[in-house]
Design a protein around this ligand. Structure first.
Ligand code: AMP
Length: 207
């Protein structure tokens, strides 16, 4: 199974990604994670991406497509995966179209104000990468690790990431609906409720 997880920043793609991985054993590729890893290691790619990430803007298409192309080449033809955070523009979606056939694109719908509230309390575990909320936890509820706040989870950057989503990524909804690949989920619910909807859609889709 090859999937794309589509949704605004903070729509819960990372959380669902982990749950889908656990249930369906699918490998995942998160372009945001790859950029953050590169940034941590101060690679040229990480340093190039930083200026866009800090401003809540998209890294240029050519850079992202080259990186994703290399990543996808690592998968065998019959190997499944899900993409989180890619594609984010029509040019990226067309590029992906030329690389692989998808089984579904899950769209996580949440309204902007809920996202701003969610991201202002979002925290990530330094050890296991688990995504959680500071409203309920001081330490990672999964492994007890230390939590940190992503640099781009401040309100100003979140609002520009949302603007970028509406302007540049939202056209993908029509792109994938026209290809009959779009599977929509109400992501304003609790993570386990969202996952129940995802699982139902994926099971239906496989039958
Ligand atoms: P994310 O973790 O998916 O929210 O991504 C964090 C940041 O990485 C984004 O705000 C962009 O600056 C950059 N980024 C991640 N994926 C892409 C992509 N597909 N195209 C362009 N920029 C991206």
């Amino acid at each position: 199974m090859r999937l794309v997880l589509l949704g605004a920043p903070g729509a819960g793609k990372g959380t669902q990604d982990a749950l889908i991985k656990e249930r369906y054993g699918l490998a995942h590729v998160s372009t945001g994670d790859i950029f953050r890893e590169n940034l941590k290691n101060s690679t040229p790619l990480g340093l190039e991406a930083k200026k866009y990430m800090d401003a809540g803007q998209l890294v240029p298409d050519e850079t992202v497509m080259k990186m994703v192309g290399e990543k996808l080449a690592e998968f065998a033809d019959d190997e499944g995966f899900m993409l989180d955070g890619f594609p984010r523009t029509v040019a990226q979606a067309e590029f992906l179209d030329g690389k692989t056939k998808l089984d579904g694109v899950i769209l996580f719908n949440v309204d902007d104000e809920a996202i701003v509230r969610r991201l202002s309390s979002r925290a990530v575990c330094k050890d296991c990468g688990n995504v959680t909320t500071r409203l309920e936890h001081d330490k990672c509820p999964s492994c007890g690790g230390e939590l940190y706040t992503r640099d781009d989870d401040n309100e100003t950057t979140v609002r520009s990431r949302l603007k970028v989503f509406h302007e540049q990524t939202e056209p993908l909804i029509k792109f994938y609906r026209d290809k009959d690949l779009l599977l929509e989920v109400d992501a304003g619910q609790k993570p386990e409720e969202v996952f129940a909807c995802v699982a139902e859609l994926l099971n239906d889709d496989k039958n």
